[in-house]
Design a protein around this ligand. Structure first.
Ligand code: HEC
Length: 153
């Protein structure tokens, strides 16, 4: 009788102890994997942020990373979406055709320096490559097939 009682306590306790030790050891493995991941992430991040600042970021903003469409939406759509101030509208091939014939350089120069009712850079504070990409976006929507300029160095 005593032995039975003793065993009926001991066996479940031994079982629980075994379970606990299993879960503890697996938790330990998880923790160390987690830590290793964080250390790895830190290392990757350090290298990555240096590269990003050098290549695409300026003063913490993604200025040079803006595409022609982004530039258009941010700076050019005010006039070119509606034809305000007599601007040739986006995707209006009739209005863009003759302008496209004068060539990309001439169009970029107009956008950089201003033309007629259009202020220089469309009134924005953009870098040259962004203006050029905005021009390409507008001109291509109007029927041109210009290649989008690469980001400036
Ligand atoms: C304040 C209104 C306004 C804004 C903003 C504006 N434009 Fe214009 N844009 C015009 C007008 C008006 C014309 C027509 C000028 C003319 O031929 O007299 C024009 C013409 C152009 C032309 C044709 C130039 C040529 O030589 O025929 C291009 C290219 C152009 N815009 C690009 C842009 C780009 C890129 C932006 C944004 C960075 C922009 N515009 C923002 C009003 C604007």
């Amino acid at each position: 009788m005593l032995v039975t009682v003793f065993l009926s306590f001991l066996i479940p306790i031994g079982f629980i102890a075994a379970l606990v030790s299993i879960s503890v050891s697996s938790a330990k493995v998880e923790v160390s994997a987690d830590v290793a991941e964080k250390m790895l992430a830190k290392r990757i991040q350090k290298i990555g942020s240096v590269e990003i600042r050098g290549a695409a970021y300026e003063g913490g903003t993604a200025k040079q990373a803006r595409s022609g469409e982004d530039v258009y939406k941010a700076q050019c759509s005010t006039c070119h979406a509606t034809g305000a101030a007599g601007a040739p509208k986006l995707a209006d091939a009739g209005a863009w055709g003759p302008r496209i014939k004068s060539g990309l350089d001439a169009l970029v120069t107009s956008a950089m320096k201003g033309k007629g009712n259009m202020p220089a850079q469309g009134g924005g504070d953009l870098d040259d490559a962004e203006v050029a990409r905005g021009v390409v976006y507008l001109a291509n929507a109007g029927g041109a097939k210009f290649a989008e300029p690469k980001p400036s160095k």
